[in-house]
Design a protein around this ligand. Sequence first.
Ligand SMILES: [Zn+2]
Length: 492
Amino acid sequence: MSGSLCVVTSRIAQGSLRRPAIAKELAKRATRRSFTSFWPTTARAQAQAPAPAQASPEPASITPAPANPAFSHTSPPPPTPPEQHNHIPAKHVAVTIDGHPRTFDTAFLRDSCSCPQCVDPHSKQKLFQTSDIPQDIDAECKAVFDDKNRLLVEIEWKNDIKGYGSDHRTRHSIDWLRRALDTELLLRGAVRHDERVLWDKDRITKDNKWVDYAGWMGQDEVLFDALAHLNKYGLLFLKNVPESEESVVDIAGRIGTLKDTFYGRTWDVRSKQKAENIAYTPQFLGLHMDLLYTSNPPHLQLLHSLRARAPGGESFFSDSFHAAQRLQQKSEFHFRTLCTFPVTYHYHHPTHHYHYTRPTIELYPYPKYSEPTNLAIHRVNWSPPFQGPFEARIGADHQTTLRNYLAAAHAYEKLVSSEENLFEYRLNEGECVIFDNRRVLHARKAFDATKGERWLKGAYVDDDVFFSKLRVLEERYTEQWLADGVVRPVID
Ligand SMILES: [Zn+2]
């Protein structure tokens, strides 16, 4: 039975390997104010308890161990069909990491092989398909050291993918295997790493960040610091921006590709006759988000002030997540209503017809039978000027539902636009604001277009582009990166 089990024992020398990421992460969370949890504290503590994690105090010794029956319960062999008497392929490999035996599916270890036969070293593209892996693939492994004296598991395959020679070996470092386990555990636990700081007027007035254009353009450290702040607060200001219609392109270009829309790659916010959008008039424009009538609204919006000579036109910003949190504290019922009631947004013109329906508050998935916490908020969709007629629950049969929405919308509107939650700022010429369009609502006071010119140059950047740049800089400056709410250490 145990003959089919492949066991490698690795003992970690004290201090010879990075302290496991998960322990660091969990320790950090214990003291961090803002982390997301969908579970009550006790349940969370229990969930975190089995974290794999302490660096073993035992001295370094590598022992390719014989199959140990003590471990066999971690890897039950498949039941033997009566006609099969010989070798049973090992479906799991047990590797001792930090003193604990951990099991990996052999299919996972084969699938994630990164040798030059399996992953093109230049394009980084995978050179085989998961579906190429034979279901009866078998593994035999041993512990080896690489040229940097790092501990690796080396696997020799039986019944390997067709076309691979008998010399093909898969190598996974203990660090890499540990990270794979940690990531799986954290993803399963639904405890999201979250650095967002929800703000009201007082908080943002204190924490607001201004970045010099030259630093943004020329220094990656400055850019990283700025993007991290933007990710935390959803709002950032740049100053000393050159007076050019191309400046906003240059600013956005530091993050990545601009998002093109039917408004153009960049667009002008200035008053004009018979405007197709209320933004292009001198009228008051209430708190809203842009392009909610599209399937993937822009993540970032940039507005560079080229002319600010008309009286009025002050900008307002409000943290919709903070308002959602306050709403939940005031009324769980209103909060739930906004999580479910479908609101339709549209842009219906002779040449463009966009149409999309979404609830006001979108949450990250959270475990059944538990309450969502405020930081479970994934997105808020709030854009009254671009709403179309409701399409669901409009008749007398569903009157209560619409009336529930109306009551919740009243309460939410009061919160987003309350004096204590609004941050007001009048952009001067040469300044640029960048904000998270899926979180921070923006508004504008009316201005007097007869007394002077007001002209903003705008651009959008998609979420994928923003998070890609943030990860690249995180990797470089902090040796870790974030995806799906899980922090992962950089593994060479
Ligand atoms: Zn390979």
